[in-house]
Ligand binder design. Sequence first.
Ligand code: KIV
Ligand code: NA
Length: 275
Amino acid sequence: QIKRLTAPAIARKKGGEPIVALTAYHAHTARIIDPFVDLLLVGDSLGMVMHGYETTVPVPLDLMIRHAQAVVRGSERGLVVVDMPFGTYEESPQIAFRNAARVLKETGAGAVKLEGGVHMAETIRYLTDRGIPVMAHIGMTPQSVNVFGSFKAQGRRRSEWAKFEEDAQAISDAGAFAVVVEALAELLAARITRQIPIPTIGIGASAECDGQVLVLEDLLGLSPRVPKFVKEYAQLGEAIRDAVSAYADDVRTRSFPADENTYPMLDEESETQPA
Ligand code: KIV
Ligand code: NA
């Protein structure tokens, strides 16, 4: 029987073959992607992708838990990491622990992820010391969109580098087992990857990172707009449009359902149908 990858197993991949991560929000896609990835991230991006919120800020913890349960049921090999949504961990290490413990207990996931650097280090230490592996998330942190003002790349001027380097060092010192590095200039991502002993998992942060993550729907071509850092490996949006348009035509012309999609009466009954 294949055992799931653990947070320490992911941490040991530092500097080796790149770590492959993708978001997963539900059981069937988790089952499809599980053989190919090391890590399935139940990202709070599900609020935007699945539920139509404009940002990740409104996402409730219960919603994350429901989706995480589905992803754990649908997968058997990859480490399942669950995003702590905005407002469930920032206030204190104790509140973070209470909510993160709920996530692990109610879902069976192997780790949580939270956004923030220096100011979240104490919480990362608190959770890790008490049995909850934490993946950090630095650089462009979408839950702070109301502070940043937009979702834009960071660290494209050297004068901005120190803050991100300090964040990376702090979360690594605090015991994070890996860190998502989002929308950072390539040179800075490379520098941080060299400076810390835990794997950097990049999204919009170049091939210099120790691994990569993308939103599955973005790479499948299901998202209406994607950032520059996404590569669309399929055009499922177009495939859905074509399929649904053909279905609509078939229904309107009564060519669907055809005989092969229809239940006839059983043989012995067909003689005796009421008039
Ligand atoms: O919510 C999310 O999907 C994420 C990743 C894209 C890193 O945080
Ligand atoms: Na996220």
